[in-house]
Design a protein around this ligand. Structure first.
Ligand code: ZN
Ligand code: ZN
Length: 392
């Protein structure tokens, strides 16, 4: 089963990549809309009064689509940072969000200096990665909750779809994987189809208000990297232990996990240079051990871990398919309105947006700016900023 777990983790990585590609196209749409409006405004200045009236009516119609999409940029940014901040609060930190002229950020800060770092140090190995990925996880939960509220669906749809996905992750059965994933997705999308007009509108509004900042940024991924690797190592190790020594594994995980956590905790001064891996791997092993002990992972805990990852994959696929449907709708609207330029613009903008996901940006907390290289406000490098505690 450890191989299944490893394959599922790789699949999860691919799903994240797919989501970022869709998201890049969505950002491309927004950029294209923005440029289109600017260009039309310029063009209108050189036209006569009668034509201008027609143009105004046309723009009024178009703003029915544009205004919500542009409003979504702001709303989704606030939502993105708030979701980071909510997890920071759960970690014992003081939740705070800062909006900049070119984005925003949510600093992880203690309520008070010194001892205030203690709860953050204790919770960080388990929740640090969740905090980084909170926007996409929270956004997906929002879509799912809407679906559950609007339709007779329940969470059994999710758990029912994961066993075939887990089984298809055996090396010999990989050919079954696309079918299993599609069937899993369908069990979630079927209720969505039954959601009717009200449900469709609710989902549309939710997408418009969340999609522009739905996925983690490049900096979120940089900060989450060690956590994701640590959780993955722990999941594979735990699956190995559960199968090799089924009876002793839970206690072994709890002991080894606790030892790793203590090592992490004692080895450095609190609030400085975190030795991450012993803490992240340890905390994950500890939690998996406790879950197995309480029976939450089922009678076959290794399979329980694999099923858990499969559920996350399904939820993210569901989110991706909603985003894809929304993108297709925009392309369709543009085709109907003969706005071929807008489609071309979207296709041209998307690769640049995707590149941004792989090049991390830095933040100057003094000038409140995101930047690549040097801060556009004060001209300092990330290293200089880190040295004086003003970003990085
Ligand atoms: Zn973020
Ligand atoms: Zn600066």
């Amino acid at each position: 089963m450890w191989l299944h777990v490893l394959a599922l983790i790789a699949l999860l990585g691919l799903v994240f990549l797919g989501l970022e590609i869709l998201h890049a196209f969505y950002r491309g749409v927004i950029e294209a809309q923005h440029e289109d409006v600017l260009r039309d405004t310029e063009a209108s200045k050189s036209e006569g009064d009668r034509k201008r009236l027609v143009w105004l009516l046309y723009q009024l119609l178009r703003s029915l689509v544009n205004v919500p999409i542009m409003a979504g940029v702001k709303v989704s940014l606030i939502l993105h940072e708030s979701l980071h901040a909510i997890v920071h609060a759960a970690m014992g930190g003081r939740p705070r969000i800062v909006l900049c002229p070119n984005g925003g950020y949510a600093p992880l800060e203690p309520w008070v200096g010194g001892i205030g770092w203690l709860p953050i140090a204790l919770t960080r190995p388990a929740l640090g990665g969740v905090a980084c990925l909170a926007p996409v996880l929270g956004g997906s939960l929002l879509y799912l909750s809407l679906l559950l509220w609007l339709t007779p669906a329940d969470f059994s749809h999710l758990t029912a779809a994961s066993p075939p996905i887990v089984d298809a992750c055996a090396p010999a059965k990989l050919g079954d994987l696309p079918g299993a994933l599609l069937r899993g997705l369908r069990t979630l999308l079927d209720p969505a189809r039954r959601a009717g007009v009200l449900g469709t509108v609710a989902l549309l509004v939710a997408v418009i208000l969340t999609a522009p900042s739905l996925t983690p940024s490049s900096t979120d991924f940089v900060l989450a990297r060690r956590h994701l690797v640590g959780h993955s190592i722990a999941a594979v190790l735990a699956a190995l232990a559960f199968e090799a020594i089924p009876r002793a594994a839970p206690w072994l995980l709890i002991l080894v996990g606790a030892a790793g956590f203590v090592l992490y905790f004692l080895s450095r001064k609190i609030g400085r240079d975190w030795p991450d891996y012993p803490g992240i791997v340890g905390m994950t092993l500890l939690l998996l051990g406790i879950l197995a002990k309480t029976g939450a992972l089922g009678s076959l805990p290794a399979r329980g871990i694999a099923s858990g990852i499969a559920v996350v994959i399904e939820v993210l696929l569901f989110t991706g398919s909603i985003l894809l449907a929304f993108l297709l709708l925009i392309v369709l609207l543009n085709l109907v309105g003969l706005q071929f330029d807008a489609i071309g613009l979207m296709l041209r903008k998307a690769p640049g947006e995707l590149k941004d996901v792989f090049t991390r940006f830095h933040t100057c907390t003094k000038c409140n700016l995101h930047f690549h290289g040097k801060c556009d406000g004060c001209g300092r490098t990330p290293e200089e900023l880190r040295a004086v505690g003003e970003g990085g």
